[in-house]
Design a protein around this ligand. Structure first.
Ligand code: IMP
Length: 184
């Protein structure tokens, strides 16, 4: 991974242009945390972060939440390269009892919606008091599966992005801002 002064990053064979700076991301995530504080302050919500991509977003989001909360992680994965493919599978599950809990699902990006659609149904079967979904990014024109998302950081074009937890072939998760693929 290399960065240059033209606000581009290069990962393997691809180049990406800056879309949201670290400061823009911080401001937006703080606003999402404040909005969740308004609705969930006294509910001791259980944040569930979908690994791996959402771990960076989740760690900032819970610190922007002012109130008691818990956090758990679930691993669902079906993504290879730059296109969503295959069936979503639960690889690592949650051990907490979700019955009667207020759940806040934390996702990095909603692309086709397959991941969240599956996970939402999975959660609903366990009788939580409520499910609220927060996605850092969403690609509205890529949606194929209906999925309720109450809070969205940014709606973006249907182009591949990296940074702030999102990877290309395993790389780029540690980039503080968000970068969009430059299509040749
Ligand atoms: P979906 O199930 O098609 O909505 O895809 C969701 C998952 O695909 C996300 O949690 C990401 O891990 C991955 N993904 C989708 N779009 C991108 C992208 O532009 N960059 C990196 N990962 C992505």
């Amino acid at each position: 991974m290399t960065t240059n002064p033209n606000d581009q990053v290069h990962i393997r064979d691809l180049s990406f242009q800056l879309l949201y700076s670290e400061a823009m991301v911080r401001e937006r995530v703080n606003a999402l945390g404040a909005a969740l504080t308004e609705t969930h302050k006294n509910l001791n919500p259980l944040f569930i972060s979908i690994l791996s991509g959402a771990f960076v977003f989740a760690s900032d989001l819970i610190r922007a939440f002012d109130g008691d909360c818990e956090i758990g992680f679930v691993k669902l994965s079906s993504y290879k390269g730059t296109r969503s493919s295959g069936d979503v599978q639960t690889v690592m599950g949650l051990e907490k009892d979700l019955k009667g809990r207020h759940i806040v699902v934390v996702e990095d990006i909603v692309d086709t919606g397959r991941t969240l659609h599956f996970f939402h149904n999975h959660l609903q079967e366990q009788g939580p008091a409520s499910i609220t979904t927060v996605a850092f990014l969403r690609k509205p024109s890529a949606i194929e599966f209906p999925v309720p998302v109450e809070y969205v950081g940014f709606d973006i074009e249907n182009k591949f992005v990296v940074g702030y937890g999102l990877d290309y072939d395993g790389l780029g998760r540690n980039i503080p801002g968000v970068y969009q693929l430059i299509e040749e």
